[in-house]
Design a protein around this ligand. Structure first.
Ligand SMILES: *Cc1c(COP(=O)(O)O)cnc(C)c1O
Ligand SMILES: [Zn+2]
Length: 403
């Protein structure tokens, strides 16, 4: 039996196809490329029962992943994160079946590890020796650390005000780290010219085809953890949108395999009010978004003014009868407190935005009380210590506690 049933790459815009045996970036038409599999082959050889004895990490789905030779797998044990029912927060929102898919527990502290694990593994399989990327922090941290494990050199460019911890993660991996006085789009321009001049593989969001495949495993896991029944709604904090595109792709693949049936969950793209290009496009019924000027939010992972895969995100929303919604930073940080107070989970601000969105969509009736709702917490709150303002009482030695 084959380790991977990967067959080829295809362009969702112009339908050109490419080989997975060579290093690829974008389609010649400028669109990101997607990975196709021999679904008939998988159908014949794999059933959900086969998964039962496999390790609890994302490589349990290796037939549906692009790495062909298992010896190229670069793993830190990522995947199979908890899917946990939240009764107290659910009660406060009048949502009986509210769940968190908690990505705060993966290596490097964010779900970016999934994309990095699969992306770096495939890069290794294709003989990449050095890679480069612009990042808002978490992706750079994940890719630099996974590249270190693979013995691949990396060059990472990030905005000066990206979360400091992610800088340290990049630096300690031995990567070449650069800060830029600007946004991720400015970092992107710098990386864009560097990859042309130097022998660097460009692993910017969606400029290589395999990161989506890693992030797709969130969708595979959600389905498996519900016994291959689908939830009604999945809310996802959306920056570049790779996670949402991935979850959509995963669920469609499972439907093709006949492992899940019926309608796909309604997918919700949650953005910050200070950077909401997808929301604006969705509200106008557009198929692509426009560059969002002067973007600003504390949820750094979703500060993406224009995503290369915006049309794929919007397609996923339209196809699943989903929606897009913006949450402001005050509401986001208030919700972050609620989640910690009621459920003991210190979620990241991006995840908190998705919880606030669930609350709002329940209030306006878009989500019904008994629907099964999954919120993606995309990272660990402890990566963002500055989002919490505290003022504890200072004691002197020998003081007694105030009543
Ligand atoms: C990158 C990131 C996001 C956005 O993910 P996309 O898949 O690019 O939309 C959300 N949350 C966190 C914590 C991130 O690091
Ligand atoms: Zn194309």
């Amino acid at each position: 039996m084959k380790y991977s049933y990967v067959s080829h790459l295809y362009c969702p815009k112009c339908s050109s196809t490419y080989s997975t045996k060579d290093q690829q970036q974008l389609c010649t038409c400028g669109s990101p490329l997607l990975v196709a599999y021999d679904m008939e082959g998988i159908k014949k050889n794999l059933t959900p029962d086969h998964l039962k004895d496999r390790k609890p990490d994302l490589w349990r789905y290796h037939e549906l992943l692009p790495v062909e030779d298992e010896s190229n797998v670069v793993s830190l044990g990522e995947g199979m994160t908890p899917l946990v029912h939240l009764p107290r927060l659910g009660d406060a929102m009048s949502l009986e079946n509210l769940y968190i898919k908690d990505e705060g527990l993966v290596p490097t502290g964010s779900f970016k590890a999934r994309g990095a694990a699969v992306g770096v593994s495939k890069a290794k399989e294709l003989g990449v020796e050095a890679l480069a990327m612009p990042t808002n922090g978490n992706a750079g941290a994940a890719w630099a650390l996974y590249a270190a494990r693979a013995g691949i050199r990396s060059t990472i460019v990030m905005p000066e005000d990206a979360p400091e911890i992610t800088r340290n993660e990049v630096a300690i991996s031995g990567a070449d780290l650069y800060l830029v006085n600007g946004l991720i789009s400015d970092a992107g321009k710098i990386v864009g010219s560097a990859v042309k001049d130097q022998e660097l593989y460009d692993v910017s969001t969606l400029k290589e085809p395999y990161r989506i495949e890693g992030k797709k495993t969130m969708g595979l896991e959600i389905a498996e953890q519900f016994g291959f029944n689908m939830p009604d709604v999945i809310l996802y904090p959306t920056g570049g949108g790779v996670g949402l595109i991935g979850i959509h792709k995963a669920l469609k693949e499972l439907r093709t395999l006949g492992w899940v049936k019926g309608d796909l969950p309604r997918l919700v793209a949650v953005q910050a009010s200070g950077c909401a290009p997808i929301v604006k496009a969705w509200e106008a019924g557009e198929r692509e978004s426009e560059f969002w000027h002067d973007s600003e939010t504390k949820a750094f992972g979703i500060n993406v003014p224009k995503a290369l895969g915006d049309f794929l995100v919007l397609d996923a929303l339209y196809e699943t009868d989903g929606c897009a919604i913006a949450i402001d930073d005050t509401e986001m940080l208030r919700e972050q407190k609620h989640v910690a107070n009621l459920e003991g989970n210190f979620v990241c601000p991006e995840g908190a935005a998705a919880f606030a969105a669930a609350r709002r969509l329940r209030e306006n009736g878009w989500i019904a009380e008994d629907e099964k709702v999954v919120v993606l917490n995309t990272g660990a709150g402890i990566k963002y210590p500055d989002t919490v303002d505290i003022d504890p009482i200072m004691l002197e030695k020998g003081d007694v506690l105030p009543k």
